[in-house]
Design a protein around this ligand. Structure first.
Ligand SMILES: Cc1cc2nc3c(=O)[nH]c(=O)nc-3n(C[C@H](O)[C@H](O)[C@H](O)COP(=O)(O)O)c2cc1C
Length: 186
């Protein structure tokens, strides 16, 4: 069986998980948009990886464009986010809001904890990250000083939760579905 890993992220967390999986399974790892139509057509099994920003999957557009080409394949999808994996309702809500029902029902989903290093974010992402959760409160405040103090308090603490062992579960599922025949095991 031929396998392929396609991913899209922004600051390296999704890419790191994709690379770990690639080396565990011996499959090619390709950033979304760099694959060829032939690579997609040849794959029997595809692992899709995406991070999420303000509720939107990085891979959303790619899935809309390539859904028809991949829907008949064995599909796994890992979502990298800041939401704890215990919050299943929220995580599944992200998938429901971003992926068509027909494609979603074909994907085995996995939720992986992400990484956030505030200093490395673009200024727009810093702004989004601090403003978005506080927007209702900001709208009620009249003093700019109060707004600054509130944003200062709410700046996200950096979190670094990546670990290769987290993707072993996904690798085992891929083996379980018989998709990794021929790929090296680690
Ligand atoms: C501007 C911004 C918005 C984010 N929005 C969400 C979100 O809506 N839900 C969530 O669970 N995590 C959110 N995150 C956390 C990211 O999904 C997490 O940092 C992830 O590891 C990013 O992976 P990447 O580096 O592969 O893009 C957000 C992070 C940033 C910087």
């Amino acid at each position: 069986m031929k396998g392929l890993i396609i991913y899209k992220g922004k600051y390296g967390a999704t890419r790191q998980y994709a690379l770990w999986l690639g080396s565990m399974l011996g499959w090619p790892v390709i950033p979304a948009g760099s694959e060829t139509a032939q690579q997609l057509a040849d794959a029997d099994c595809i692992i899709l990886g995406s991070s999420i920003y303000i509720g939107k999957l990085q891979l959303r557009k790619w899935l809309e464009q390539h859904g028809d080409a991949i829907i008949s394949k064995r599909l796994f999808l890992f979502l990298v986010s800041g939401t704890p994996s215990s919050d299943k309702g929220k995580l599944e809500g992200y998938l429901a809001a971003n992926i068509s029902e027909s494609l979603r029902s074909r994907c085995v989903p996995f939720f992986l904890p992400g990484k956030l290093e505030f200093n490395k974010l673009s200024w727009i992402d810093k702004l989004l990250l601090t403003m978005a959760p506080n927007w209702p409160a900001i709208k009620r405040m009249t003093s700019p000083w109060k707004i600054i103090m509130m944003l200062k308090k709410s700046i996200w603490k950096p979190f670094l939760m990546l670990s290769g062992s987290r993707v072993r579960w996904l690798r085992d599922e891929v083996h379980h579905f018989g998709c990794a025949a021929g790929g090296p095991r680690h």
